[in-house]
Design a protein around this ligand. Structure first.
Ligand code: F6R
Length: 628
């Protein structure tokens, strides 16, 4: 939430504005309530900021150009404190003369009311409703004090920021520039993301590597409670207490093309199409020639893993539906209880978790604050923690005992698609790994499931190639007011995900239900013409599951529902009760979500596009939810 960019180029190079605005364009998916920049040049600080998307800021910059500078910061906002207005847009200015500072911020400063009251008591007038402006004034006060003590240059701003951070509560990333020092940007992070990009004679700060991927792929990850100072020559890092520390260097393994639309109408369309690749890449290198699992990134000892007596999966949104799929697979292969819980609920009850619990977090961004806080809580309770994550160097994997990276590549569209398939794939791998370790999954079974998994990318491609009818249905249904989604077993989380995609992309009321639950109440919603998607398990499913779902379809059909059925090739049992049948290739029942969710993603994206909505940046949302 909120995209942050900082840049220092060689003195006199003058290109900071373009670099910062390019970075903001790549980070806009993190928030688009307003955008702003501040440049630090020989003449001091100059800012431009505007409510609305980055396009509004670009128009303002055209109407009111800035003098070239080599140092700058930029921000794209997801509003928390104060509405999405020009006044609340970042950067926020404070101080005066050589000690004027411009500050941008991601996160929430929890003690901002007390700090604001303190500032107002001193006669400071605040121009916005934001917690950020409060931080800017606290920083300006420390800058004046530090400079009064004789410190100057980058060290003055860094020391002032350290003192500021020691006064702040909450989670935050802050970046600042000072009018009297046009060759330095300082940044601080506590629980919110910030990475350093190391270029040739230029240095970057960004909420994530997308901010600078067009110019360098060499990066440094920062730890918790650290302050970084960047100049054109590089970065120096200290703790909030001033102890020098080393950042953790990493190389970004994707390039700028991966973060561009590449001829697609939207990032979402591109990312949906990249799903076969996301599944294949997540499987890549994870099994040896004999079909045995190789999971190098699980660094918890095999003894500890074998002793685990419960798995708890914590995550949010789409990632939590991947967790719900994991429950069916892990319990089946490992014979161990699996609880799946929203991260934001886990932390605020009194969960029964101890050193024999394996807590698996699932997060595309690796920065979701609810999930991060839940992981920290789990560790405090003594649990072993594994992170399934798509973002190298992000906070959640860094704070977990082990990580299983998904390799979906950068996901830019706010609504998750390819990361979801990659997460489900990683969950299967983890389940097989645990099952093999515990002796509940035989080597033959592991080999067989791995073979099945390796066949999935081609099957996902087959689904993608056959979706023209789904697109037609979506365009035809653009005026729908409500759509329901039913599923059972692993089809249930798919139904939930189908409903979430439709809500967030097309702003249509949508609900997902366990098909068996319908008769306990929700069936009252069904009347003539109510569209209902039904995710049907394969006829080969155990316990007569398929027949049960066919009965559920009949029940709603009898009450007038328009039934849109997703079923395996050759499943003729559904045909008499389906207004439309959307076919997916045959595969083992547990792996079906990798196929059945794809038509639902495409349906939601197509319907949203038919309504003229921005599928990449739906209203009110942001990728990477870094506030609780
Ligand atoms: C929905 C969506 C969100 C995220 C959720 C968790 O399309 O993208 O529901 O899944 O905010 O985000 P991560 O996976 O980054 O922790």
């Amino acid at each position: 939430m909120c995209g942050i960019v900082g840049y220092v180029g060689a003195p006199g190079s003058g290109g900071a504005l373009d670099v910062v605005v390019d970075g903001l364009a790549r980070l806009e998916y993190r928030g688009y309530d307003s955008a702003g920049v501040a440049l630090a040049g020989p003449g001091g600080l100059a800012t431009r900021k505007k409510a609305g998307k980055l396009a509004n800021l670009r128009a303002l910059l055209e109407a009111a150009p800035l003098e070239p500078a080599s140092t700058g910061i930029g921000h794209t906002r997801w509003a928390t404190h104060g509405g999405p207005t020009d006044a609340n847009a970042h950067p926020h200015l404070a101080g005066s003369g050589d000690d004027e500072v411009a500050v941008i911020h991601n996160g929430i400063i929890e003690n901002f009311a007390a700090l604001r009251a303190e500032l107002e008591a001193k006669g400071v007038e605040l121009a916005s409703e934001t917690d950020t402006e409060v931080a800017a004034h606290v920083l300006a006060g420390h800058v004046a004090a530090v400079r009064g003590e004789g410190l100057d240059g980058g060290e003055a701003l860094a020391e002032a920021l350290r003192r500021t951070c020691r006064r702040l509560e909450g989670a935050f990333t802050l970046l600042a520039v000072r009018s009297g020092d046009p060759s330095t940007v300082v940044g601080a992070r506590r629980s919110s993301p910030l990475v350093v990009g190391l270029g040739e004679g230029e240095t970057f700060l960004g909420s994530d590597v997308a901010a600078f991927i067009g110019r360098t792929r060499d990066a440094l990850a920062l730890g918790q409670d650290e302050v970084v100072t960047i100049t054109a020559e590089g970065a120096t890092i200290t703790t909030f207490d001033g102890e020098p520390v080393e950042g953790s260097p990493f190389h970004v393994d994707w390039d700028v093309e991966a973060a561009e639309k590449g001829g697609y109408s939207s990032f979402m369309a591109k990312e949906i199409d990249e799903q076969p690749r996301a599944v294949a890449d997540t499987l890549l290198g994870r099994s040896d020639a004999e079909g045995r699992l190789v999971l190098d990134e699980v660094r918890i000892s095999t003894e500890e893993l074998a002793a685990v007596d419960k798995v708890v999966v914590i995550s949010c949104g789409t990632s939590s539906y991947a967790g719900q799929v994991a429950k069916y697979a892990v319990e089946h292969w490992c014979r161990i209880p699996v609880e799946v819980e929203y991260a934001h609920e886990f932390r605020y009850r009194d969960p029964v978790v101890d050193e024999r619990t394996l807590v698996v977090s699932i997060s595309q961004s690796g920065e979701t604050m609810d999930t991060l806080m839940a992981v920290r809580h789990a560790r405090e309770l003594g649990a072993r923690t594994v992170s399934i994550c798509n973002t190298n160097g992000s906070t959640i994997p860094r704070e977990s005992d082990a990580v299983l990276y998904t390799h979906a590549g950068p996901e830019i569209a706010v609504a998750s698609t390819k990361a979801f398939l990659a997460q489900i794939t990683a969950c299967y791998l983890l389940g097989l790994y645990l099952g093999a370790l515990r002796g509940t999954a035989s080597p033959e079974l592991v080999k067989e499931v791995l073979e099945d998994l390796h066949a999935m990318p081609a099957k996902v491609q087959e689904v993608l190639d056959g979706l023209e009818r789904v697109r037609e249905i979506a365009r035809f249904m653009a005026d729908s007011r409500s759509v329901l989604f039913l599923g059972r077993h692993v089809g249930y989380p798919v139904a939930l995900e189908g409903a979430l995609k439709l809500k967030e992309l097309a702003y249509i009321h949508a609900e997902g239900f366990a098909a068996g639950e319908l008769k306990h109440g929700p069936i009252a919603l069904i009347d003539a013409g109510q569209p209902v998607f039904v995710v049907v398990p394969p006829p080969s499913s155990p316990h007569g599951l398929h027949g049960k779902v066919v009965s559920n379809i009949q029940e709603i059909r009898a009450r007038g529902a328009r039934t849109l059925v997703i079923a395996e090739e050759g499943d003729e049992g559904v045909v008499p009760f389906a207004e439309e049948v959307i076919r997916v290739p045959a595969c083992p029942p547990l792996l079906m979500p990798l196929l059945t969710v794809v038509p639902l993603q495409v349906f939601a994206a197509e319907l949203a596009a038919a309504k003229g909505l921005d599928v990449d940046q739906p209203r009110n949302l942001a990728k990477s939810v870094t506030v609780e």
